[in-house]
Structure formats: structure tokens, C-alpha cells
Design a protein around this ligand. Sequence first.
Ligand SMILES: [Zn+2]
Length: 221
Amino acid sequence: MKDTTRICKICFNKIYTNNIHSLLYNEPICSKCLKELNPVFKKFKIEDVEALAIFEYNEVLKKLIYQFKGCLDYELKDVFIAYFNNELKEKYKNYYILPIPSFKEKDLKRGFNQVEEMFSSLKLPVLKDVLMKKKDDNQHLKSYVERTKVKDNFLVTNKEILRNKKILICDDICTTGSSLKAAVDLIKPYVNKDLKIVVIAKREFSKDELEKIKDKRFVLS
Ligand SMILES: [Zn+2]
């Protein structure tokens, strides 16, 4: 019999194939790590476009995303959605992925585009460089108010390619929703078929935080 022992890509412990799901699918993380990541499959809307967040943004996920895109731990690319690969493949069958862009030079320096890689296990065609960023703007150093101006920094390079396709806008974290909203505003006039959004995680704000972020100077940590 072939050895089917697998190691969790997050905690490096052995993955026990003691349930149907783990027997059927080759998920890259153990059930304990999955539980810590806390998948919520939360539905929300950007304008009138249906959006789905797989996880709620928490410390575990924050650390993991930092390890992946900040420390270039490329092996982690599959840990975010692979556990739900089959479900998501079914849900987004025949869609084309349109990643929320990062600045091209940054992708080149990093060697990969993190959003494309995080969703790569879906094996969907990717509309590369159709939505681009004009200049490097460090969103995370900006205040909530400044973040909402992101639209001016996005550019649609090929409008025609969006025609007659089902488009799935993908991003890693939805913080204020500004990038997603900007993308929807820019491409919607050219999408004549279905348009949907999926993100790895959505950040939720407490009442207190919501009050604070109205302040022009408040920078999200
Ligand atoms: Zn684990």
C-alpha cells in the first residue's frame, strides 16, 4: 500500500486521515490548523456584487499571510483555500479570475503575485495585468479616508477581454473594501456576464474602531 502520510504545511504535524473529507481530498493542512483559521464563508456585498469571504481576519491568518507574502514562504500558497478546493471549484466553474493588482514591480521583486498564487489551486484561467496599479501606494500605511481614493490608481488595460466572460474578482484581505469597490466600478461597464467577488478573509471592525477610522489621521494596523 502506498504511503499516504501527509504533513500539515502550517504546523508540520502529521495529517490524520480519519474522516471522509481527508480521505477524499489531499488537503494541505490539518484539522487543528483549519479550526484556528476559522473558516466562516461569510457573504457580503460590494455595490450590488455578491462577495464571499472564506475566513474571518484573525491573528492566525494575519501571521500566515505575512509569512507568505512578506517572508516569501511560497510553500504556503495552497494553505488558504485548498481545503475547500472542490466546493469552490464547483461554485466558480467557468469563471475567469481577475486579481486585485499589486504594483507590478513588487510582484517581479517578490517573484510571484500573491493573489494569483493563493487562488491557483482552483485552476481557473487568470486575466493577468488586465487590472493594474499605476504607482506603488502602500495601502497599509494609509488612513481609512485615503484608502478610499484607490480608484485613481487602478487602470483597466484591456476592456474587450472582459466581454462574454464570467468574472471573479479575487483578493487576499478585504479591509475597507476600497480596492474591491474601485475594481467593481472600473470593470462593471465592460462585464456583460456574471460578476462575483471572493476574498481569503474579511476584516470586521468593532464599533469603537469604526468611530476611530472616520478620523483622517487614523492608520489601520
Ligand atoms: Zn496543522
